[in-house]
Design a protein around this ligand. Sequence first.
Ligand SMILES: [Fe+2]
Length: 457
Amino acid sequence: MTSTAAELLTNIDTSPIDVLYRHVRARTMQIVAPLEIEDYVIQTAEFMSPPRWHIGHTSWFFETVLQAHQPGYKFYSEDYLFYFNSYYEGFGARIERPKRGTKSRPTVRETVAYRNHVDEQMLAFLDSIGAKSGAERVLSLVRLGLEHEMQHQELLVYDIKHLLCDQYGAPVKPAPISSVKVEGMAEIEGGLFWLGYGGQVQSPKSKVQSLSNYDFAFDNEKPAHQVFLQDYALDRALVSNGEFLEFMRDNGYQNYRWWFSEGWETVNKEQWQAPMYWEVHDGEWMIRDFTGLHPAASKSAEPVAHVSFFEASAFAKWAGKRLPTEAEWEKAATIDSTDGEPKAFPWGNDIDETRANLLESGLWAPAPIGAFPAGQNSHDCHQMLGDVWEWTTSDYVPYPGFKSEFDEYNDKWFVNQKVLRGGSYATPQSHIRSTYRNFFHAHERWMISGFRCAKDL
Ligand SMILES: [Fe+2]
């Protein structure tokens, strides 16, 4: 399996989309490379998918592009269309999500053969398409397919964590140490603000390929539009495990007054007493992650992760604060207070591994608060990109003037979900933007979700 990834990494073409295609497809196989064959087909919860499903589903997505735009292309297998379609009604019948782990076929070997077939076809297709009319529309679909695959790379990290956690053998690099103290809240002036992707920032070049993070945006980030903000204050640091432990020790999970009604119901129904992946051993709270089981106290300086919107909101209320809106978050992440100009990232227009803890950092965990001083914004807010996705109070709804660019991709999810911003340690570097809108239900916490608080001024 790893030979496929290695083959793809060599033989690099000069066309930017080819380079990105090879790079992204290879990285998916690098993520699954440490797995044993048995690991690929197990589904450990309804919300996760077996790794075999991800490597097939991301190929299925490209097969739909070939079917629509490569004359004479024939689907590889009707059975695979059924097994590897995720939720697209428009592409026909599909296996129910909770049943993805109930089948041993197609086998992993067959799935990898399917993946290799799609890669061969796609690379030939990309080679042939350059000069054709309508190429731009097709290339934007290919780019969507690659961004889709990067989303699945992040999902693979979540799912492998649930499946194996410390048994996975993640190739973990040493965590950077915190070099600065991050405290207090930044006071940010309100007024009119352009929310969303409008190409108003200078397009930064990504290091991995010659396409940039800002050459592309999902339809849900558009159009940019003006919103009015009151003056507000935003935490300079993400909420840490240590702070969250204080909330727990103050009986935060036992006191209804901090919780929304639905949150309180969930706490009682699920018997939540701590974030996901926290366990009690001999009366002490421990956190399990990719490197093992650690006393929560030894991780008190790291951002809390795997909390739901309900838990984040309860903590904020207990702390006398609130969660930010997505507009407040985005303004802090894009507007440089020294010149008032929008920037691509909180620190400026270029991205590299010194700025944020993303997938390429190889930490496989949130970094201690203050470990990425080169990534702070002009208000000294740290770690806005990377580490953990940050819950906002904003409902995931279309921006005014929204136009769907791909049926069923984003448009059918605009109900009952909350927006999260900023990416996590599992987000590929070339996939993140300050305008990026992620979304989950208020009770979900299997993803790498944390938060920082805000306050009215
Ligand atoms: Fe998908």
